[in-house]
Design a protein around this ligand. Sequence first.
Ligand code: ZN
Length: 97
Amino acid sequence: MISGREIDKGRRGEVIRVMPKDDRVVVQGVNMRKKHQRQVQTQGRTISPGIIEFEGSIHVSNVMLVCPKCKEATRVAIHREDGKSTRVCKHCEALID
Ligand SMILES: [Zn+2]
């Protein structure tokens, strides 16, 4: 998991979900999407209709991350090795987990 703070057009939020396969992240309060929910019956439960708000995912290349080491807002470089991808600060090359 990343614990860094991300910026989206000047807004910051906690990373709440990471999809490493797709290089996408979900940032709290950023890229909010609305979905209309119809009334659904599942396993005896009724999910009431309404509008659900949820965070959409963002590709990591569209996300700025504040490097924990140099404190600069930076785009992260992704290095792939042995099927693992690591993220590196483009400023100071510190490894960002
Ligand atoms: Zn850095």
